[in-house]
Design a protein around this ligand. Structure first.
Ligand SMILES: Cc1cc2nc3c(=O)[nH]c(=O)nc-3n(C[C@H](O)[C@H](O)[C@H](O)COP(=O)(O)OP(=O)(O)OC[C@H]3O[C@@H](n4cnc5c(N)ncnc54)[C@H](O)[C@@H]3O)c2cc1C
Ligand SMILES: *[C@@H]1O[C@H](CO)[C@@H](O)[C@H](O)[C@H]1NC(C)=O
Ligand SMILES: *[C@@H]1O[C@H](CO)[C@@H](O)[C@H](O)[C@H]1NC(C)=O
Ligand SMILES: *[C@@H]1O[C@H](CO)[C@@H](O)[C@H](O)[C@H]1NC(C)=O
Ligand SMILES: *[C@@H]1O[C@H](CO)[C@@H](O)[C@H](O)[C@H]1NC(C)=O
Ligand SMILES: *[C@@H]1O[C@H](CO)[C@@H](O)[C@H](O)[C@H]1NC(C)=O
Ligand SMILES: *[C@@H]1O[C@H](CO)[C@@H](O)[C@H](O)[C@H]1NC(C)=O
Ligand SMILES: *[C@@H]1O[C@H](CO)[C@@H](O)[C@H](O)[C@H]1NC(C)=O
Length: 529
């Protein structure tokens, strides 16, 4: 027995040595860098800029697509009078929460102004309501919901402040008096417009506490305005322009069209393998893949991610938000209206919101309108052919405008986010009864492997500005680690250590962890308990 064990140990040691030698030999072929940034979306670019700002210039950005921007993505669609296609955004579309005089400003709004991005105020009051019989005014229900929600949000605030048990947004809304009957399709449509449209998930699927806190941190902190970006150069212009402040033209540090397949990490460094067989060896890596990419094991990690990290990845959810674009030869819908809300008689969330690009201040001559679906309806529609979806969409429009002889669209298109291999969904959402502690595990580093992106933001998950803040934070933290002050073992600087994580979840979070919300009035909220 003893002999056997010794032999086994020797054998294992030998195999390990061989494996290490093999790994070393393989690594010798890899190009070397100090920091590898995995993904060139908003978070990746912000991380690289933060490193640059700290005079760390030895990094690479490794990006799947042929461009920077990630989920801020556009495509050509339809025809302009000149014959060229219009640019439409298939991903992020709004700057959400701008800024108020003397108050903090959303960094995305700062960039939109700095880089002269064409955008227009989204007027959510410029809305008409419909059902299967055509126009029918149920706009008063919008006010009913909004008045109720003030009370609901206050209750969510109390749960947060007292560190009490979370619940579904459904229960929160019910307790605040919003109890739409399942067959009250007008109230179902209003609820979809008010909740599902933003979170890409239903009230049942959303945390009451963090849904409300997230909305506050964006819309109460910055401003309640949403500006819709329709710039013909594309919304990702701001990301490319920010990148151009530290990357030169054809900068060798930017690896586009580079699909990462495997990431090997340890407390010595990280090796990144690409589909083309090449590899990059780095002292640190920042993983900015979407939650969907992580959930779908689109990239493999060696060693396997620890169970606390895998749990966090599967705990949070990835929503899908699908915009279905139609261009007609004329604008047959009311010109001055931005939004058309449709209450389908049988299916909640069936082509519920229609948005006009022909409205004043947008692309007025475009004759483009698009519908948005999320979650289960998005999955269903993304599985269909374009032809099937076009027929459904046209049938809805014909119900909404029974007096109009609606021609066939001249162009039709929609993206399929749920199956896009570099995203697997649109943006993350915070599920009910999911603690801040669980979220910290999503955000925590493992050895030299760090994480950033919209989903790692406790305050701004789902939003583009969340991705920017998270990228910046990780870049600054790695910069500190690389600087000499962190090599001093006595260093107590917060930025010099690992991020907090919990091997065992407790079902609630230490109050101290709520300091992530510091910097805004919510913090006085937390500390006053
Ligand atoms: C349809 C839709 C609508 C949205 N609407 C809004 C909105 O109106 N306002 C708003 O604020 N936010 C909106 N968002 C969310 C916003 O787009 C995201 O929060 C933000 O863009 C995320 O940035 P990120 O850097 O975290 O991730 P990403 O942008 O996903 O960046 C990650 C990068 O990693 C790359 N990558 C993935 N896998 C690999 C691989 N294997 N190898 C190499 N590279 C890889 C990807 O190509 C991508 O470029 C929307 C998103 C979608 C999809
Ligand atoms: C880098 O510095 C510039 C100039 O001060 C600043 O505008 C930018 O926001 C900084 N970027 C990050 C990610 O911190
Ligand atoms: C928004 O639309 C409503 C309804 O059309 C209109 O009364 C209001 O003036 C508009 N607000 C702005 C800021 O344009
Ligand atoms: C959100 O803001 C409202 C209004 O300021 C406040 O009453 C509520 O407590 C806040 N909710 C959360 C969860 O922070
Ligand atoms: C921006 O808006 C102006 C004014 O409407 C328009 O003339 C210009 O073509 C737009 N530019 C882009 C790039 O969208
Ligand atoms: C590399 O990753 C792919 C999937 O991304 C996986 O199928 C493969 O087994 C991995 N290879 C190694 C050596 O880990
Ligand atoms: C649609 O609206 C019309 C007019 O208000 C109403 O008579 C009808 O009952 C509504 N349909 C449904 C399913 O509620
Ligand atoms: C659009 O097409 C329809 C059907 O072909 C036609 O009847 C209508 O006149 C056209 N409208 C314009 C503005 O050309």
């Amino acid at each position: 027995m003893f002999v056997k064990k010794t032999l086994l140990t020797a054998l294992v040691a030998q195999t390990c040595a061989a494996a290490t030698a093999k790994a070393r030999e393989e690594n010798a072929k890899c190009s070397k860098t100090t920091v590898a940034i995995l993904g060139g979306g908003m978070a990746g670019v912000a991380a690289a800029q933060a490193l640059s700002n700290s005079s760390i210039h030895d990094f690479v950005i490794i990006e799947y697509r042929d461009t920077l921007g990630g989920r801020v993505a556009h495509t050509g669609f339809g025809k302009k009078p000149s014959g060229d296609p219009y640019t439409v955004e298939i991903g992020a579309n709004w700057v959400q929460g701008l800024g108020s005089p003397g108050g903090p400003e959303n960094p995305v709004w700062t960039f939109a102004k700095k880089w002269d991005l064409n955008n227009t105020y989204s007027n959510y009051s410029a809305i008409l309501t419909y059902n299967e019989t055509g126009y029918t005014d149920y706009s008063a229900i919008l006010d009913e919901y909004e008045n109720m929600y003030e009370g609901a949000s206050e209750q969510a605030g109390i749960l947060l402040k007292q560190n009490l048990q979370d619940q579904t947004t459904r229960s929160g809304l019910s307790l605040a008096g919003w109890k739409p009957k399942k067959d009250d399709m007008k109230r179902q449509a209003v609820e979809w417009w008010e909740w599902d449209w933003e979170d890409a998930n239903s009230p049942e699927e959303s945390s009451f506490i963090f849904g409300s806190a997230g909305s506050n941190l964006t819309f109460n902190q910055f401003s309640d305005e949403n500006n819709y970006v329709w710039d013909q150069r594309g919304y990702n212009r701001i990301i490319k322009k920010e990148a151009s402040t530290f990357l030169k033209k054809n900068d060798p540090r930017l690896h586009l069209n580079s699909v990462i397949t495997n990431v090997t990490y340890s407390d010595d460094g990280v090796t990144i393998h690409k589909e083309d067989g090449s590899c990059v060896q780095a002292a640190y890596a920042v993983c900015t893949f979407s939650l969907g990419v992580l959930q779908n094991d689109a990239v493999s990690f060696a060693p396997e991610l620890p169970s606390w990290k895998q749990t966090a990845i599967q705990k949070f959810s990835m929503g899908t938000y699908t915009k279905i674009f139609l261009q007609f030869n004329e604008t047959f819908w009311p010109r001055d209206t931005q939004y058309f809300l449709y209450a389908d008689p049988t299916t909640r969330g069936y082509y519920p919101v229609w948005q006009s690009l022909s409205a004043p201040g947008f692309i007025e001559e475009s004759n483009i309108i698009f519908a948005t679906v999320v979650s289960q309806e998005a999955y269903r529609i993304e599985r269909q052919t374009d032809e099937q979806t076009k027929d459904e969409a046209m049938a809805v429009l014909r119900k909404m405008f029974p007096d109009v002889d609606i021609p066939e669209p001249e162009a039709f298109m929609y993206p399929r986010w749920s199956t896009t291999p570099w995203a697997y969904g649109s943006y993350s959402n915070w599920p009910p009864s999911t603690t801040l502690e669980m979220h910290e595990n999503l955000r925590a580093n493992i050895d030299r492997l760090w994480f950033a992106g919209e989903a790692t933001s406790a305050q701004y998950f789902g939003f583009l500005h969340g991705a920017w803040f998270e990228g910046r934070d990780v870049g600054e933290q790695i910069a500190s680690l690389l600087k000499s002050e962190c090599n001093n073992v006595q260093s107590t600087a917060e930025d010099c250590g690992n991020r907090v994580y919990y091997e065992t979840l407790h079902g609630s979070s230490p109050m101290a962890d709520y300091s992530v919300f510091d910097g805004w009035s919510v913090s006085s909220f937390y500390s006053s308990s």
